[in-house]
Design a protein around this ligand. Structure first.
Ligand code: GDP
Ligand code: MG
Length: 297
């Protein structure tokens, strides 16, 4: 395995080192290339990387029974723990998840919305590395190794982006794409970030980031809240090119106007806030309920 030294480009932007296994093709190399605004460095409180760290995958799911077979089939073997956070689905989501993976942990969220679901999933996760992605087939679990590799290179947070490198989306409508771009511009101006994507649900991070993220929102503003708080905490962030597909079955629960204005409100509120990290290390942790595992044999 060859690990090139970090280097600065002519434009002054930092290209993170990329692990290059001998078998990697040109396309995969481009896929692994990441641009960051700062070099990876040791972050106080963020675990140092070894290859033995455990990985938890957190999947929020609300009536996604028909999509789970596709999603679970693509989860790579490097994932040690799967936490599915159910939003009290009525389509058999929990039964399907259990039929697919006997070892899946089922968490019932304490409140409502994707933000609350992720907060509960993060609270339940036991891994050193936490990966979050969607249950509708739009985010591909096969990309997880790219995210994890970035964390092992020294970044605190690996943030999926549909608009960098070979990243793309066939799921976004034109209105949502424009809204995402405008909101990302606003965040970049207000928080001095260089994000190419703001509202994407595919990320990975060391568990030490959790108190900094302090996820305390309910809805689809959750990704924005996380992205803003990790930037304000000074954590090292790198963007990973990611391909978003159309959800396979069912419809998006996101309402462009309602959730767009929630995201805007979140950005403005975060800009006004002073304290971002909870005083107590467990203050961010919501109460959640976990269903007992199914008895087998
Ligand atoms: N547990 C839970 N999951 C949710 C909730 N709302 C959305 N999700 C999940 O969050 C992911 C993204 O939701 P989706 O409707 O596809 O939104 P979009 O991708 O932004 O269009 C999917 O896996 C949903 O099942 C919720 O209230 N509770
Ligand atoms: Mg979706």
């Amino acid at each position: 395995m060859f690990l090139p030294k970090p280097s600065l480009t002519k434009s002054g932007r930092y290209y993170a080192p990329v692990e290059i296994p001998a078998t990697r093709t040109k396309a995969r190399l481009q896929a692994a290339q990441r641009v960051s605004t700062s070099p990876p460095r040791a972050v106080p409180g963020v675990a140092s990387a070894t290859t033995t760290q455990r990985i938890t995958l957190v999947i929020p799911a609300l009536n996604e029974a028909a999509n789970l077979p596709h999603v679970f089939a693509r989860i790579p073997s490097c994932v040690d723990e799967i936490v599915l956070v159910d939003g009290r689905s009525i389509d058999g989501t929990v039964d399907v998840a259990r039929a697919l993976r006997a070892d899946v942990r089922i968490v019932v969220q304490s409140g409502r919305g994707k933000g609350n679901a992720l907060a509960c999933g993060f609270a339940a996760a036991t891994g050193d590395i936490i990966v979050m992605l969607d249950a509708d087939g739009s985010t591909d679990p096969a990309e997880i190794p790219h995210f994890v590799a970035a964390l092992h290179e020294g970044f605190a947070f690996a943030k999926g982006s549909r608009f960098i490198g070979h990243g793309s989306s066939t799921d976004l409508t034109r209105v949502r794409r424009t809204g995402n771009r405008v909101l990302a511009l606003g965040v970049n101006m207000l928080f001095k970030t260089k994000y190419t994507d703001l509202c994407y649900g595919y990320n990975a991070f060391w568990r030490d980031c959790l108190p900094h993220m302090n996820v305390d929102c309910d809805g689809f503003e959750v990704e924005t809240l996380i992205n803003v708080r990790i930037a304000r905490a000074g954590l090292t962030v790198t963007e990973i090119p990611s391909t978003e597909h159309q959800r396979i079955h069912g419809e998006s629960k996101l309402n462009t106007m309602r959730d767009g204005s929630r995201i805007l409100r979140t950005i403005l509120t975060e800009r006004m806030r002073r304290r971002t990290t909870p005083a107590h290390p467990d203050e961010w942790r919501p109460v959640f309920r976990e269903l007992p595992p199914t008895v087998t044999g």
